[in-house]
Design a protein around this ligand. Sequence first.
Ligand code: NDP
Length: 397
Amino acid sequence: MNRVLIIGAGGVGTVVAHKVAQNSDVFEDIMIASRTKSKCDEIVKAVGNPNIKTAKVDADKVEELISLFKEFKPDIVINVALPYQDLTIMDACLACGVNYLDTANYEPRDEAKFEYSWQWAYHDRFKEAGLTAILGCGFDPGVTGVYTAYADKHHFDEIHYLDIVDCNAGDHKRAFATNFNPEINIREITQNGRYYENGKWIKTKPLEIHQPITYPNIGPKESYLLYHEELESLVKNFPTIKRARFWMTFGEEYLTHLRVIQNIGMASIEPINYKGQEIVPLQFLKAVLPDPQDLGEQYTGETSIGCRIRGIKDGKEKTYYVYNNCSHQAAYKETGMQGVSYTTGVPATIGAMLFLQGKWKKPGVFNVEEFNPDPFMELLNEQGLPWYEKFNIDLEL
Ligand code: NDP
């Protein structure tokens, strides 16, 4: 019997729970565990499948994870808690012989720095244990890596230029809200930007480089160059890449709020003393901002995320654009969550399905682009994230 343990009961965890429950031929026994058990119980109610088990676990504590793993005996853990928990969950997986999948790379809590080195360092131990770890299996990272692998396999002899373009043209009708965990989101956006060119990383000031990009079914939107974690693995796994960049859209209103939040010190991760209690301003801010899980009901519009690629095929230059558009309302109807949680939770479910079907199983720690993209691309179409291709168009970038 295939057993899956979902850790984390936020927006993404809710979508994963719906999707694994819809695919009960593959996921035969399901458990959701998180810090707050009542949230897991609510998800079970929303999914409407009383056979899904729930548990309380503090995933910062390896010992707690180990006793939960020993009790439930999962084949694979889908880690959709926060990036801070990646390493403790991987440690527990090694201790108990459990396979691993996540959607965001490890980040230390006290430093806004995310990179794969910490998790890649587990490769030999997972390999020796005969266990698979699939890293970064959301949309970006995740589908963007699979799109790149698919382009490399079917459409190019050499990929030279890669631009990942991420647009959220949705309207949640709130003055300011983030689409996933506010702490993780704001840490990511307020960092310096970075892109890869000719073997080097070029640093930019936060949101310094921007330009309009036209998104299918949406139109032109101002898009900002950010550093995003999949760039690190993609330039390593596709060494023909000369330049790799990541772009994300932000509205004026969002950026104004963000600027104020930073200027008044609320984006800081340095603890301060408030009336005798130590608090981290950014964590306090998270507590007063709208919960991303509550945005779904009023959310209209859609997301559009894809890869714009230029390279060589049969000696000729070629351009290629592969993308998905996801409607917030359709995502909400199906899972009660908005499009950003949906576009993350569906690929995580697909990665775990492919592992359990033996198609994405190889001992060691791997990024998604190191597996065969074909079965994943097929399942994207079947599981709610259909993709479209455009050839030899003006990429605008
Ligand atoms: P949420 O903040 O909504 O949910 C996080 C969940 O993890 C909450 O249920 C929280 O519990 C739980 N959690 C936090 N700390 C612990 C802990 N120590 N032990 C057990 N459970 C814990 O986040 P999202 O659902 O929006 O995002 C989940 C993950 O997905 C994040 O890592 C995020 O970076 C990633 N992500 C990836 C994307 C991609 O495309 N690759 C896009 C969007 C998100 P509690 O309810 O008690 O706080």
